[in-house]
Design a protein around this ligand. Structure first.
Ligand code: EPU
Length: 345
């Protein structure tokens, strides 16, 4: 049996893609089932739930630490992937929570399993993906999600969540609301379609179809298109600290949308299934003049107005300061309230 180590006073700098220099009081890595059991034992013995918060991290690509973390941070490193089931048309692939998301997507693409290709190059892990219901280029995780397995961090009970129980919404799920910090997602199962069984390719997002230049779509080509688009539009967190889109695109009532549109005829908007309208946070922020804005080492990407960046030594407070300036400015100019997408701690 592996002897899981609980480390004291550990730096979180490499554990958040903003590269913010914060520390955690306790830190451990979860590599296997025995580590989960050891974690539960340690939590019970150290009264983590009563006296101390606990946080699970995957790739740390959706977190902003405003201060040191006065609790236990567990990094989920569970590895492995497998075909759980298949039929003529579909294949059910299960991947462990700690698998790197993009590597997993590329593996599916290489097997000619379609469904996840539009989600190429999103930073993070498989286990974190459903929490956020990650989405890009016309697809969100929920579209291919079958189920997930999770361990209750209080009782050690194992639960299986099917799609309807996950309450997926735009960058939302039950794992981000009621079940926040209560479950450790050990694996996720995706329902993917075999590439020769006529997948419904999603190519309507600006730039994807153009990249294909008339070629017959394949999962690999669409994945390549998305990678190319992301690489030119979004800063690479390995080069410059960031957490992707820092704000969600605001979803407005029809009345709010009409008022915004009347004053700003060029504002982009997309109809939602429920009669609401989603507008572009990037556009609103750009109009307020924040693209490329910089305050010390905290700023807004020159490539994309929605991405906050750490030029080196910005603290979480510095980055949050820029975020608040942006929120105040957008609310003042457009009457629209922006909501942060990453978790701010
Ligand atoms: N725009 C600007 N200025 C900018 C960038 C964009 O005005 O600097 C406007 C343009 O009018 C553009 C519109 O905003 O047409 C939409 O921009 P983009 O296509 O880049 O998409 P987004 O709405 O800003 C969303 C997701 C991204 C995802 C892309 C592509 C959110 C919060 N963001 O961004 O997700 O990659 O669509 O599908 O939903 C993430 O969540 O971390 C993320 C990167």
């Amino acid at each position: 049996m592996r002897d899981m180590q609980i480390h004291k006073n550990t730096s979180l700098k490499a554990l958040n893609t903003f590269g913010v220099d914060a520390n955690t009081k306790y830190y451990c890595e979860i590599h296997c089932r025995d580590d989960i059991a050891a974690l539960l034992d340690w939590k019970a013995a150290n009264k983590v739930t009563e006296n101390m918060p606990n946080l699970l991290v995957g790739g740390g690509s959706n977190l902003l630490f405003k201060s040191d973390y006065e609790g236990l941070v567990s990094q989920i490193c569970l590895a492995g992937k497998d075909i759980a089931d298949e039929n003529e048309q579909y294949v059910y692939v299960t991947a462990a929570g700690g698998e790197n998301w993009h590597d997993f997507v590329r593996w599916c693409v290489a097997q000619q399993f379609a469904g996840l290709e539009n989600l190429s190059l999103i930073p993070g892990t498989v286990g974190a993906a459903p929490i956020q219901n990650i989405g890009a280029y016309g697809v969100e995780l929920a579209d291919c999600f079958e189920s997930l397995q999770a361990v209750d961090l209080e009782t050690g009970e194992v639960f299986e969540y099917h799609k309807s129980a996950c309450k997926f919404g735009y960058r939302e799920s039950i794992f981000k609301s009621q079940m926040l910090d209560k479950l450790l997602i050990t694996s996720v199962t995706f329902k993917l379609i075999k590439e020769d069984k006529n997948p419904e390719w999603k190519m309507d997002y600006a730039g994807v179809r153009e990249f294909l230049a008339g070629k017959e779509p394949t999962a690999a080509l669409i994945s390549d298109a998305v990678i190319a688009l992301r690489q030119c539009k979004l800063p690479d967190p390995a080069v410059i600290g960031n957490a992707g889109s820092f704000f969600k695109n605001p979803v407005l009532s029809l009345g709010e949308w009409q008022a915004l549109k009347a004053d700003n005829p060029n504002v982009p908007g997309w109809e939602q299934a429920n009669g609401l309208m989603k507008t572009s946070a990037a556009w609103l922020i750009d109009q307020c003049g924040f693209k490329g804005y910089r305050q010390g080492d905290a700023g807004v990407s020159e490539k994309h107005a929605l991405v906050l960046v750490n030029y080196g030594k910005a603290s979480g407070i510095d980055l949050w300061g820029v975020a608040q300036e942006i929120m105040a400015s957008v609310e003042n100019k457009f009457g629209v309230v922006l909501e942060a997408e990453p978790r701010v701690l």
